[in-house]
Design a protein around this ligand. Sequence first.
Ligand SMILES: [Zn+2]
Ligand SMILES: [Zn+2]
Length: 93
Amino acid sequence: MGHKVDFACRACRYEERDLGVGRGRRPEPALRLFQCGNCRSIGSAWVGGGFVPRCSLCYHDDIALLADDVLAVACPKCGGPGVFTHRHEETWE
Ligand SMILES: [Zn+2]
Ligand SMILES: [Zn+2]
C-alpha cells in the first residue's frame, strides 16, 4: 500500500499536503513524487502501466521524478530548504 506525504518549504511557506506515494492493490501504475519545472511545484503523478507521467497541476510532461523516500529537495518556488514528511501510517490503496 502507498502512503501519504506532505511537502513544506521553510523559507517561502510553499506546501503541498496529502500527496499519495507508492502502489495500491495493483503493481502498476504507481504514484511517484515529482518536481515540475514548468509550474515550479511539487506533486505526485501516476507512473507506469501506460501512463505518461504528467504534472497534476499544469499537465506538463517535463517533470523530474523523485525517490519515494525522498526527505529533502530544493523548493521549486524559492530554492530554499524543502522538507518531506512521510506519513506511513496514513495509507491509500
Ligand atoms: Zn520555498
Ligand atoms: Zn506543473
